[in-house]
Design a binder for this molecule. Structure first.
Ligand SMILES: *Cc1c(COP(=O)(O)O)cnc(C)c1O
Length: 372
């Protein structure tokens, strides 16, 4: 099979390789100085007091939920996310309560209040495709009802809301450094917060719950894991962090090209980003017009045949059997029928984007529309 141009991918250059090689030549492979510096650089970049790195965003989510003691509570969240957002709630014995979304794929703030019960303890939102949620609206609801707000910003590292970096708005913000995400460490994640207690507790859970005392002595008062990032990964992260703004700028260029060429086309809609939001452009989603819903499989296969590594983000989490009993969410399910993510990443040139757009149009032009 010919290799497909993926919807997203990493860009690794010689300086990244050299940064990793230097650690490999040194004494410390596990968590050490590189990670400490990486966390400081991340905190500075994001404009927050504390950043903890992890071996994945999934483990960062786990520790954040645990640090906020979400066990036995209800947590209002979005069905349009990677399943880890909710799996980690289950692992914490918290109950996800699914709130429907808006047409941009983000949680519908207007619908949160009606889902709040005496058991509700937190809101977990996701910045779908790299576009921030409406910060003021979620903050207001959280404040009014005394709820914790955790932002799964796995898509939106480097993104901004009204000129400020995403990372310090919610009580805690989670990032993923998976190779498909804006910045990569191979596997990895981070928790950003301004809350010293959450930082300290999550740090303990990250590494066995062990507190070092003097010499060989230590104390354990709470169980934990080994969710640490290695210095090998941190060195890659530090090198990538220097370039992440240029990656996002590249993605933005490609996205703007698409926005223009796809404007008002008869087949699908695109995602509008208001001028006060800077998206990381982690995904470039297109939304099929309703008449194409029953042809989605055919369209998807035809795009793959054209060499496009498309994907669908996401099958709504409430549709998975693990999350039954099922109760319908109209917008999330329509979103699932409509969405396809097309290639948009820092390895692409303007010419690649032009060819991609042409291929997409040709697929729609040669399509026999099904009778729904
Ligand atoms: C990628 C992703 C995760 C999981 O990230 P890992 O680093 O792979 O654990 C969690 N939530 C969302 C929204 C994601 O996109």
């Amino acid at each position: 099979m010919l290799s497909l141009n993926p919807y997203s991918t990493q860009l690794i250059e010689e300086d990244d390789i050299e940064a990793v090689a230097q650690v490999l030549r040194g004494a410390t492979l596990t968590q050490g100085e590189q990670t400490e510096i990486f966390e400081k650089e991340l905190a500075e970049y994001l404009g927050v007091k504390y950043v903890l790195t992890f071996n994945s965003a999934t483990s960062a989510l786990y520790c954040a939920y645990k640090a906020y003691n979400l066990a036995d509570s209800e947590v209002i969240t979005t069905p349009i996310s990677f399943v880890a957002t909710c799996n980690m709630l289950l692992e914490n014995d918290a109950k996800p309560i699914f709130c429907d979304i808006k047409s941009d794929g983000n949680i519908n703030e207007e619908k949160i209040a009606s889902l709040i019960t005496p058991k509700t303890k937190a809101i977990v939102s996701v910045d779908y495709a790299g576009k921030s949620v409406e910060i003021e609206k979620i903050k207001a609801i959280a404040q009014e009802h005394n709820l914790i707000w955790i932002s799964d910003s796995s898509h939106s590292f480097g993104g901004e809301y009204k000129g400020e970096k995403i990372g310090g708005f919610a009580d805690s913000t989670i990032f993923s450094f998976h190779p498909l995400k804006p910045l990569t460490t191979g596997e990895g994640g981070a928790l950003a917060t301004n809350d010293e207690n959450i930082y300290k507790r999550a740090k303990l859970i990250r590494s066995h719950g062990v507190v070092k005392k003097t010499l060989w002595n230590s104390e354990v008062s709470e169980s934990g894991f080994n969710f640490r990032m290695t210095d090998i990964a941190s060195a890659l992260g530090r090198s990538q962090l220097k370039k992440v703004d240029s990656f996002i700028a590249r993605r933005e260029q490609i996205a703007r090209f698409y926005d223009e060429i796809f404007d008002n086309n008869p087949h699908f809609d695109t995602l509008l980003i208001p001028s006060y939001i800077k998206s990381s452009r982690h995904l470039y989603p297109i939304f099929l017009k309703q008449k194409y819903f029953c042809s989605k499989e055919e369209i998807f296969k035809a795009l793959q045949k054209e060499g496009l590594g498309v994907q669908v983000h996401y099958k709504p989490i409430h549709l998975y059997s693990l999350y039954s009993p099922y109760s319908p969410l109209y917008m999330a399910e329509a979103f699932y029928k409509a969405e396809i993510s097309i290639p948009c990443h820092q390895k692409m040139t303007q010419e690649d984007a032009k060819i991609t757009a042409e291929k997409i149009f040709s697929v729609f032009q040669s399509l026999q529309i099904c009778k729904a």
